[in-house]
Design a protein around this ligand. Structure first.
Ligand code: ZN
Ligand code: ZN
Ligand code: ZN
Length: 400
């Protein structure tokens, strides 16, 4: 399906390739949909009880249970219960280890692709199992807000292991954007912090204990492992799902009398206010995934497309946010909305630190020629502010 609407071309900065529209698209139109090669919920997100299907990330919690857990108020009642998206009757689990799935189909697919290798077999999970130790070691290195998961790497290993054609799957993963060895080191450093050399070594040892085989040994050398960490660091796309936001979407679409509508709106506003007080931004089941087409998209601070998750699972729909002509490049923003509003200087700093490129998008170029652009003094303040915010976040994570 996607093949007819877009194509990957080996041109364009900064990835050395880009994704281009084959036909025109109207703003709001879905350009393509795709499933990930691998997907995994974040470790802390899972540990904190954000229940999601272990394969597709669909929420397993009802909307009301979700709100009650997050607000810590057991008396909250959501009206229009039929708008809750969660269908518990279809839920199932791995009979061997008890991880949960939204459906038999997800359980079967997980088993066929990677879970046979990763299943811990025991319901009373053994904390000494190398995979459990690997996950724990990762959690101690990588506090919320999470941007990656070592289990995504484990799933890559297991996917290759279980494939009928391992060489072809390895080839597929190698098509993702690659950096030089020095750049990969920089990315690993950024992801793991100051002690990254020792941490990388520890993770690699635990991964080797858990999943060594001849097929994947090229990824278990120091360079191979760092390279895979960097691949995930620069290519993984965040996936977020929430039963509450699905419920909100459905109730706001209901045809209701004006006064009822008004009451519902203020109920929802109030609910989000309470949630904000209680958990801040941590509303969703969160994880990350690797997508073939999405990862081929280059960044722009003035994007023409946006990755969305309209099915409340890991299926990505790339949505046009402006009209796009045939032959035009599909550009997404690697920065979140908040960072996108910052000055050119701060945007470029974040992109350089995390993705190792200097943005030359239309917006950045226009702003660099603009004599009214913020003075360097203001920009330094701007930057200090970011640093401060980051350390706030880190402190908060450490408290939790
Ligand atoms: Zn599922
Ligand atoms: Zn299992
Ligand atoms: Zn830019």
């Amino acid at each position: 399906m996607a093949g007819h609407s877009v194509e990957i071309r080996n041109t364009g900065e900064p990835k050395g390739r880009g994704l281009y529209a084959v036909r025109p698209f109207k703003a709001g139109e879905v350009i393509f949909e795709e499933l990930p090669l691998v997907c995994c919920q974040f470790a802390w997100n899972c540990a904190y009880g954000y229940l999601a299907c272990d394969f597709c990330m669909r929420p397993l919690e009802g909307a009301e249970d979700n709100v009650r857990r997050l607000t810590r108020r057991n008396d909250v009642i959501l009206p229009h219960a039929h708008c809750c998206p969660t269908n518990k009757e279809n839920h199932t689990e791995c009979p061997a280890c008890g991880v949960q799935y939204c459906s038999d189909s997800c359980r079967e697919k997980a088993w066929i692709h990677y879970h046979r290798t990763l299943c811990l077999q025991s319901r009373s999970r053994n904390p000494n199992h190398p995979l459990e130790q690997l996950n724990e070691a990762w959690k101690q290195m990588h506090y919320p807000p999470e941007t990656a998961s070592i289990m995504l790497l484990a799933r890559i290993f297991a996917t290759v292991e279980q494939s009928e054609d391992p060489a072809a799957i390895i080839q597929l993963f190698m098509q993702f954007c690659h950096q030089t060895v020095n750049e990969e080191e920089e990315i690993a450093h950024k992801m793991l912090g100051e002690q990254f050399t020792g941490q990388l070594q520890l993770l690699r040892e635990l991964m080797t204990q858990a999943l060594y085989s001849d097929t994947v040994q090229q990824w278990l050398t120091p360079e191979g492992f760092q390279s895979l960490i960097a691949l995930v660091g620069t290519n993984a796309q965040g996936v977020g799902t929430s039963p509450l936001s699905e419920w909100v979407k459905k109730v706001t679409a209901l045809q209701l009398p004006a006064d009822e509508k008004h009451n519902l709106d203020s109920f929802i506003d109030n609910l989000y206010k309470q949630l904000d007080d209680e958990v801040g931004g941590f509303l969703n089941s969160e994880g990350s995934a690797l997508y073939m087409l999405q990862s081929a998209c280059n960044h722009s601070c003035e994007p023409n497309a946006l990755p969305t998750f309209p099915h409340s699972n890991f299926q990505l729909a790339m949505c046009a946010i402006t009209d796009i002509e045939a032959g035009q490049e599909i550009l997404i923003s690697y920065l979140d909305e908040c960072a996108l509003e910052r000055s050119r200087h701060s945007r470029q700093k974040i992109l350089r630190d995390n993705y190792l490129f200097t943005c030359r998008c239309t917006k950045c170029e226009a702003q660099s020629e603009d004599p009214d652009e913020t003075s360097s003094e203001e920009e330094e303040e701007d930057e200090d502010e970011i640093e401060e915010k980051m350390s706030d976040v880190e402190e908060q994570a450490a408290v939790n």
